[in-house]
Design a protein around this ligand. Structure first.
Ligand SMILES: [Zn+2]
Length: 320
């Protein structure tokens, strides 16, 4: 039997040992090269675009010869005002891309010996960087599978049977339950959205699927509306999961990963952050057959191209 890619040596191109052995200076150079790829890592002023800079090596800062603006390699990016060493940042990225179902923030904080809060914000910033590759704004083409699944808002039943409530009734729910609707190209991109009801997926398909595409959906009646716009294959899951090749199994594998990520690692997720986990799982799914060095490379490049995070910069200072 052929060896699975993830078991092969070709899938392992980066290790924590290699990152720490190369050291802080090499990690810093990696960030410079990713930030300024067109100059091979030489600083470019983010304010005026000037390539002539003074190097303030003691503080790892640059000063523009044209406009005297002072900046660092992370200024204006998702890692702006970072306090962590570059080598630790690179290690965090390596740990996160290696975890195919995500990693809990307590575990990351133990691995890096940093506060839980630091790990939490760092991981969310990295998810924002991944989301730039997921939420590209381009429409999906070819054959697209659509499906929805419920996440969050779990209500624990009372201990005694006589105290238990009917959890199907709206008044006994938390209001925190959400649906992740996923649109997934066969052999292509995965595009998740967070909604309150699965039926909102119809409007999302209209916005995000090319008119020349074809669609697969399950038996849920709201998908009937899609038949007017696209050729739609339906599969009735109460009869079969795959009916003569008609299936939504790619969408289901995405949900399988997201479910394991949320139940197995994070144990719970609040509705306002669910989209971040949904994007993380979509990115892992789309890049599942890439070696881990390439994955880390992609995350660093995206993070250096991403603007300062409005949601996550200074998060705990605001929360306090
Ligand atoms: Zn300048």
């Amino acid at each position: 039997m052929a060896q699975h890619f993830l078991l092969s040596a070709a899938s392992r191109t980066l290790s924590l040992r290699a990152i720490y052995k190369a050291g802080e200076e090499a990690a810093y150079r990696t960030f410079c090269e990713m930030r300024w790829p067109e100059t091979d890592g030489a600083a470019v002023c983010p304010r005026c675009g000037c390539c002539e800079t003074y190097n303030i090596t003691t503080r790892r800062k640059f000063k523009c010869k044209g406009c005297y603006h002072q900046f660092s390699v992370t200024s204006g990016t998702i890692f702006a005002s970072r306090k962590m060493d570059f080598v630790d940042l690179l290690a965090a990225i390596c740990i996160i891309v290696n975890a195919s179902k995500g990693v809990s923030m307590v575990q990351l904080s133990r691995d890096l010996d940093c506060q839980y809060k630091t790990a939490f914000v760092l991981a969310h910033k990295l998810r924002e960087a991944m989301a730039r590759e997921v939420q590209t704004g381009e429409v999906l083409e070819g054959h697209v599978e659509v499906d929805g699944a419920y996440f969050g808002g779990h209500v624990r039943p009372e201990n005694r049977k006589e105290d238990r409530k009917d959890r199907r009734l709206k008044e006994n729910q938390t209001g925190k339950r959400r649906v992740v609707v996923v649109l997934r190209e066969r052999k292509g991109r995965t595009l998740p959205f967070v909604t309150k009801a699965e039926a909102e997926g119809v409007a999302l398909v209209k916005e995000n699927v090319c008119r020349m595409a074809s669609i697969s959906a399950d038996e849920a009646s709201h998908w009937d509306l899609l038949h007017s716009g696209w050729p739609v294959e339906r599969v009735n899951h109460s009869q079969a999961y795959s009916d003569h090749g008609k299936n939504t199994n790619q969408a289901e594998s995405y949900f399988s990963r997201l479910r394991r990520m949320i139940d197995g690692q994070h144990h719970g997720v609040s509705p306002q952050y669910l989209h971040q986990y949904a994007n993380h799982a979509a990115w892992m799914e789309d890049n599942r057959r890439q070696p881990n060095g390439a994955l880390a490379h992609m995350v660093v490049a995206n993070a250096m191209g991403a603007p300062v995070s409005r949601n996550w910069k200074g998060y705990w200072q605001r929360a306090a």
